[in-house]
Design a binder for this molecule. Structure first.
Ligand code: C2E
Ligand code: MG
Ligand code: MG
Length: 507
């Protein structure tokens, strides 16, 4: 029997299917134009290959675009991890990485990098007075001024809060100082926030890296220099020197010692009389804390209160002061024939006011001693009374509800508008020594203080003048209608026993 030879198209068909299945989607099977079953299968498979090819191409395009999106997201994530979101400057991580790189180059013989660390001088005040969004604006302006003050190859970073850093690669002290001075000048210029103009100086610590240093060490030393710069009265630059490390260590020793001091009653209160100007009668006293340091002798508040505030220890210290001042008042009330309005004034700081236990604490002490709340005057600064947030308002209202009197201390040194005086929940305003100083030597100052007194009285508040040092100042203030005064002219702050003698003399 004779068999037909195989259809040659079948061979091409099988070969085509194998290639398509193998992934070569551009393969097409040739067809002869005949109209039979084999031709139909070939046409069908070619159509399928067309479709597959289109689908595959679309899929490839989609994969490509997804990959691009993923890559962008990854770049953005990396950027976010290295950028400060508010200012778009490098962040601490980014700074550390450029520092490490520069330090590695130094160890290979390149010139060392210089690191400048800056802290804005009056940022906290601006933030408290004008609000956080104004604070953010200030930080953004500072960031762009910093960037303008340095070269492209330098790194400007924000380390957090109002702390910035500038890294100058391959630098030296002369150049670092020049850049630091340029920054001081740039940041010293006022900036516009809304319709206000504010100035925000800065303190700069400078450290030129030494071979073998780690990035962390470099940052710590530049930071130490910055703290030393900050301790100076105005915007200034401080270059790191090893002695500064010692001062910093001393500070941390002092923190430990202060904790002990509170526990072991090394603190003591001195009291300064507040007198009725017309008669010289002692109306009350202000409690002023001192620290009897076992080695360094009697320390004044400005030697340890700022550190106590910075570290939060002021809360414990403040509790100690309140407790002891009110107990002392009770002792005087019991032992002497003091006037029923005789009061004790206690200074409290912002941190204490923000501590929600303050009211509880005051209430407990008053209850424990049986002292009438009206005989306790709490002194706070202008900015605390004016700019505080909700917690401060809560604390102030709470204290007033207890019946405690509130007094604005150091009035005239703040920078707020005076129209707030009418709205404040306070009873007394203490005019700062700086306004009293010129009395008796400068006639204009008399008119000025007179106007301030009018203003205070017009708001229904009482006035006390502080820092009265001469009889003439006391006389002028009496003539101007100021009811009460305090100052070295009457008495310096003295131990409780001396107040007791004064009160006995007056009995
Ligand atoms: P302050 O509350 O304004 O107290 C007045 C300061 O001026 C006291 O200094 C006082 O000795 C001084 N002073 C009084 N009269 C005169 C005068 O006629 N001439 C001069 N030159 N000075 C006078 P001190 O005791 O060194 O206290 C300084 C500051 O430390 C206080 O200013 C107050 O803000 C703060 N402070 C004192 N004790 C405490 C406290 O227990 N807690 C808190 N948070 N702060 C306190
Ligand atoms: Mg005071
Ligand atoms: Mg004062």
């Amino acid at each position: 029997m004779k068999t037909d030879p195989p259809d040659p198209r079948l061979h091409a068909l099988v070969e085509g299917i194998v290639r398509i299945a193998g992934g070569d989607l551009s393969t097409r099977i040739p067809h002869s134009g005949a109209r039979d079953d084999v031709a139909a299968v070939i046409a069908g498979i070619n159509l399928m290959a067309d479709d597959l090819q289109t689908i595959y191409q679309e899929l490839e395009k989609r994969v490509e675009s997804r990959t691009a999106m993923l890559r962008e997201a990854q770049v953005e994530l990396e950027r976010m991890a290295l950028r400060d979101p508010l200012t778009q400057l490098a962040n601490r991580t980014a700074l550390n990485s450029v520092l490490s790189h520069a330090l590695a180059e130094t160890s290979r013989g390149e010139m060392p990098p210089a690191l400048l660390i800056l802290d804005l001088d009056s940022f906290k005040g601006i933030n408290d007075t004008l609000g956080h969004s104004a604070g953010d604006d200030v930080l953004r302006v500072v960031a762009s001024r910093l960037q303008d003050a340095v070269r492209e190859t330098d790194t400007v970073a924000r380390l957090g809060g109002d702390e910035f850093a500038v890294m100058l690669p391959k630098s030296n002290l002369v150049r670092a100082r020049r850049v630091a001075n340029r920054i001081l000048k740039a940041l010293g210029e006022s900036l516009e926030i809304g319709d206000l103009r504010v100035t925000c100086g800065t303190s700069i610590g400078v450290r030129i890296a030494e071979a073998g240093q780690s990035a962390d060490e470099l940052v710590m030393e530049a930071d130490t220099a910055m703290y030393a710069a900050k301790a100076q009265p105005h915007s200034s630059i401080k270059v790191f020197e090893p002695a500064l490390l010692y001062a910093r260590r001393l500070q941390s020793v002092m923190i430990t010692e202060m904790r002990e001091a509170i526990r072991q009653d090394q603190l003591t209160l001195h009291y300064q009389p507040v007198v009725e100007l017309a008669t010289g009668r002692i109306e009350g006293v202000e409690a002023l804390v001192r620290w009897c340091h076992p080695e360094r002798g009697l320390l004044m508040p400005d030697q340890f209160i700022p550190l106590a505030e910075e570290t939060g220890m002021i809360v414990d210290l403040g509790h100690w002061v309140l407790r002891n001042a009110v107990r002392q008042l009770r002792d005087w009330q019991q032992a002497l024939n003091v006037d029923s309005s005789f009061n004790v004034r206690v200074n409290i700081s912002t941190t204490e006011l923000r501590n929600l236990e303050l009211i509880e604490h005051v209430r407990d002490i008053l209850r424990e001693t049986g002292v009438d709340a009206a005989n306790l005057v709490v002194e706070l600064t202008e900015s605390m009374a004016v700019n505080g947030g909700n917690v401060d308002k809560y604390s102030l209202t709470g204290l007033r509800r207890l019946g405690v009197k509130l007094e604005i201390d150091d009035f005239g040194t703040g920078y707020s508008s005076i129209s707030y005086l009418r709205k404040l929940p306070v009873n007394v305003v203490k005019i700062d020594k700086s306004l009293i100083d010129g009395l008796g030597t400068d006639d204009e100052q008399g008119n000025f203080v007179g106007a301030v007194l009018h203003l205070i009285h017009a708001c229904g508040l009482k006035a006390v003048a502080e820092g009265i040092e001469t009889a003439e100042q006391a006389r002028i203030l009496t003539a101007l209608g100021c009811a009460s005064g305090q100052g070295y002219y009457f008495s310096r702050p003295v131990p409780a026993a001396e107040i007791e003698s004064m009160l006995r003399l007056a009995e």
